[in-house]
Write a protein that binds this ligand. Structure first.
Ligand code: NCD
Length: 309
């Protein structure tokens, strides 16, 4: 296989195992490019990519933009907070205006689940979902799995715990779909109020005790409390959350085995993770960020072949 099936990457739910392996193999090659003195290839020099962000982002936006520049694409950036969306323009009108400027690919983040799917269904060029509300964040999950494979060799039968605010996390959902396809065992851990009711149907186990999850797992992927998506109270206070679910050095040192620590960022130091854990040699948080550029280069490179189909 040397191409992706769809013109878009909207979720990990839709990816086949062959497509996932193709993305990882391609990302490995681009990671090698990124270690050269000249970290640039001409692969997308004929293309213009638009990054359309209707929600805040640091890592994902920088990572996509850097990946585009490393591939020699022309890049335009759109941020809804400083755009005509504030003047009442519809999503499709915004997109159509960008399209007539001869854009070849769109990377899109939106607070509403399904927004990138709606856009993808209405235009011919590739759309990459950079996070749609609580639904999916496929490139984050792909870079997470790529980082685990780099560290552990493979994902099959590895025990991965995802700890934190599962209910509001698109990272958790995309990770579950992807890790299951790659043969991992998955445990979710967090307060009952932050656990979706249907979640066991996804073939995962659920625990509410963080020590139990850490004792079980090879890898702990720790998530932020997504306060911006919470309209009501799900736990008494941040201090109490931190007390019961925060991962600190004392807790980690008391576990009788090595656990790899991951986090998609942004980290809330002292809430879900302490500084001495985030900065420890068990943490691969910065490797995740580094790998994000190569994984996104791979995705955009592979999708570029769908441009005119
Ligand atoms: C995540 C996101 O935006 O969904 N961050 C990211 O993309 N690196 C997770 C989060 O915001 O907590």
């Amino acid at each position: 296989m040397n191409n992706l099936n769809s013109k878009d990457i909207l979720g990990t739910r839709d990816l086949s195992i062959e497509e996932i392996n193709l993305i990882f193999d391609t990302a490995k090659k681009f990671k090698e490019v990124l270690s050269r003195p000249i970290k640039k290839v001409p692969s997308l020099r004929h293309l213009t990519v638009a990054n359309i962000f209707f929600e805040n982002s640091t890592r994902t936006k920088l990572s996509f933009e850097l990946a585009q520049k490393r591939l020699s694409a022309d890049v335009i950036n759109f941020s809804s907070s400083v755009s005509s969306v504030k003047k009442g323009e519809s999503l499709l009108d915004t997109i159509n205006n960008i399209l007539v400027m001869k854009v070849d690919m769109i990377v899109m983040r939106h607070p509403n689940p399904g927004a990138p799917h709606f856009v993808a269904n209405n235009i011919d060029i590739p759309v990459i979902n950079a996070g749609d509300g609580t639904n999916e964040h496929p490139t984050q999950a792909l870079l997470d799995s790529f980082s685990i494979i780099e560290k552990l060799g493979s994902i099959k039968n590895k025990k991965i715990a995802i700890i934190g605010d599962i209910s509001h996390s698109r990272v958790a959902i995309s990770n579950i779909h992807l890790l299951k396809k790659l043969g991992a065992q998955i445990m979710l851990c967090g307060p009952k109020t932050l656990m979706p009711k249907y979640i066991k149907d996804m073939g995962v186990s659920v625990r509410n005790n963080v020590r139990e999850a850490l004792e079980w797992c090879d890898v702990a992927n720790i998530l932020r409390i997504q306060l911006e998506r919470q309209n009501e109270k799900y736990f008494p206070s941040i201090r109490e959350y931190s007390l019961y679910y925060g991962i600190n050095k004392e807790l980690l040192d008391s576990i009788k085995k090595d656990v790899i620590i991951m986090h998609p960022g942004p980290i809330n130091r002292g809430v879900e993770i302490s500084s001495d854990v985030a900065d420890s040699n068990k943490s691969i948080i910065l490797d995740q960020v580094e790998n994000g550029v190569a994984v996104r280069m791979a995705i955009m490179y592979l999708l570029s072949f769908h441009r005119s189909s």
